[in-house]
Design a protein around this ligand. Structure first.
Ligand code: NAD
Length: 396
């Protein structure tokens, strides 16, 4: 019997299902590049429902049970006595969302003798040790594009909220205050600022496209330059050297995956070369920034603000300094798991499972690693350092 193990985040504290704010979500049929959104044979959920928590089960139970699959769902993922660690030993498939990552370390992969497929319900498979997955011939797949636009929207929201100093102004009004001088003393217009985008993939491009109407100058750094037509459409200039790019920008937006090259790319040294008062928005991965160097740069004023939804580890401990550092606009990891995004990545997870259970090839666009090497989207967007654990896969 095939066993599928899903590690999902806990249900709302107020109970499941929550009371929804809206009755439907817009029907999106295609991504901006014209490719279709996931198309499984059918779905057993109503788009707009909460699917990413334990009781939502990504809408998969009816389908998986109809295929005779043993489907185990848990949110208990930490430590050797966790349900995840215990159930992993004979699981064929593990499903995890980056918001509540089931860290698949080399040690855990070694114990998971039956494991053939690790699915990221969402985007970003850095919680899987890709070298270990390759050594054990485990396929790693994610639902490419499913929440890229969701994150691009979050990027724009966070850029504006930092530059305009929205969150402190809002807090003041909630607390009964009205000192205009106080609330404007750190508030600027975004117009005319120079924005640097690190990584110009699906999120990066959509972020540039959405920021362009604000009248900003845009420079981007990625592995391969975009076409001249695309650059013109986005109003963006290519800078192949990340260190050069960050020297004279006002806002930096991180959008590349976490790899050996991007691990702690934001550190004391790189931050010290930036203009005083640069803002950073990082909804890519927490470990692209050195935790304490960010705190120190905010305290000294070198950075004017830092916002993002990605941390290491996740969930972040209550004493994580990013919760309380000055001028932060942090949220829990949420940008890619809006109810709208969940409908797409739950459908994409089902599409991948249908292919796997019917012995059909998983589409290249969903592949990160297969047959012992990076594959599909993984070959374009990820990298591994031979003999080293992937940096986001968990240090414990
Ligand atoms: P993508 O594959 O379309 O784009 C990734 C881009 O990063 C590619 O263009 C690649 O060339 C570039 N890149 C890779 N290594 C680089 C490097 N060293 N320097 C510069 N550029 C580099 O993926 P995407 O949909 O844009 O997602 C990107 C990342 O965003 C994911 O891997 C994930 O870490 C993160 N993400 C976060 C959330 C969230 O909820 N916060 C959701 C989705 C994705």
């Amino acid at each position: 019997m095939t066993k599928v193990l899903a590690v999902l985040y806990p249900d709302p504290v107020t109970g499941y299902p929550p009371k929804y704010a809206r009755d439907d979500i817009p029907k999106i049929t295609h991504y901006p590049d014209g490719s279709p959104v996931p198309r499984p044979s059918s779905i057993d959920f109503k788009p707009g429902e909460l699917l990413g928590s334990v009781s939502g089960e990504l809408g998969l139970r009816k389908y998986l049970e109809s295929k005779g699959v043993d489907f185990v769902v848990t949110s208990d993922k930490e430590g050797p006595d966790s349900v995840f660690e215990k159930e992993l030993v004979d699981a064929d498939v593990v499903i995890s969302q980056p918001f509540w990552p089931a860290y698949l370390t080399a040690e855990r992969i070694k114990k998971a003798k039956n494991l053939k497929l690790a699915i990221t319900a969402g985007i970003g498979s850095d919680h899987v040790d890709l070298n270990a997955a390759n050594d054990h011939n485990i396929t790693v797949a994610e639902v490419t594009y499913s929440n890229s636009i969701s994150v691009a929207e979050h990027n724009v929201m966070m850029v504006l909220s930092l530059v305009r100093d929205y969150i402190p102004a809002h807090k003041r009004i909630v607390n009964g205050g009205w000192n205009i001088a106080d609330v404007v003393s750190r508030s600027y217009d975004l117009e005319g600022m120079k924005v640097g985008i690190h990584g110009g993939g699906r999120i990066g491009e959509a972020t540039m496209e959405r920021l362009k109407p604000f009248g900003v100058k845009i420079v981007y750094n990625k592995r391969h330059q975009l076409s001249p037509e695309k650059e013109k459409q986005l109003g963006a200039t290519y800078e192949p050297d990340f260190n050069k790019m960050i020297k004279d920008i006002d806002v930096l937006v991180m959008t590349a995956p976490l790899t050996p090259e991007t691990y702690h790319i934001l550190n004391k040294k790189t931050i010290s070369t930036m203009k005083r008062g640069t803002y950073i928005v990082n909804n890519a991965r927490g470990d692209e920034a050195n935790r304490d160097d960010i705190v120190n740069a905010l305290n000294s004023g070198q950075l004017a603000g830092y916002a993002g939804d990605v941390w290491y580890p996740q969930p972040a401990p209550v004493d994580h300094p990013w919760r309380t550092m000055p001028h932060n606009g942090m949220t829990p990891h949420m940008s890619g798991t809006s109810l709208s995004a969940q409908a797409r990545y739950a459908a994409g997870t089902r599409e991948i499972l249908e292919d796997f259970l019917d012995n059909k090839p998983i589409p290249d666009v969903y592949l990160i690693a297969q047959g012992g090497q990076l594959a599909g989207t993984g070959a374009k967007s990820y990298s591994v350092a031979k003999g080293q654990a992937s940096p986001g896969s968990g240090k414990k």
